[in-house]
Design a protein around this ligand. Sequence first.
Ligand code: HEM
Length: 140
Amino acid sequence: MYDIVKEFHSGWAYIALFLLIVAVANAAAGLFSKKEFTPRDRKIALFGLIGVHTQLLIGLILYFVSPFGFASLGQMSDEMLRLTSLEHPLINIVGIALITIGWSKHKKLITSESKFKTFSIFYGVGLLLILSRIPWNLWL
Ligand code: HEM
């Protein structure tokens, strides 16, 4: 069980990060080129949202089956265990919450500029938070 969930979380991370980076780049490009927000832009942002939500679900399961997740919570002096049991899950949940808020907010906005701006900020900050707490040496 642990190995399968871990492999899935590890592999899906490439897809989730790729989709999120594309969504941020597309929003920034749309904002700076002052183009119209189209159904294609909406779909790109939606794929970014689905990517990180799937990663969140797998992460939540992994947290309770991994020896480096909940089982290691409290071992604050060990940098790697602090990262996998506390910082990575917590900061990534905050990042995914920001991305979700950005998605909800864009629905209420009218102008293309405000939609691209909202995605650039919320998805952009979400991406930076996620990247700041990846256990890179476990992954790469
Ligand atoms: C977009 C969000 C996330 C990304 C991109 C991500 C990515 C990763 C990556 C690349 C690893 C290293 C995998 C490896 O060892 O090959 C990892 C490990 C881990 N992640 Fe996430 N993660 C995310 C969210 C979460 C969340 C929300 C949780 C828990 C609630 C979580 C729990 C864990 C745990 C416990 C590990 C350590 C697993 C182990 O080595 O046993 N992750 N994550």
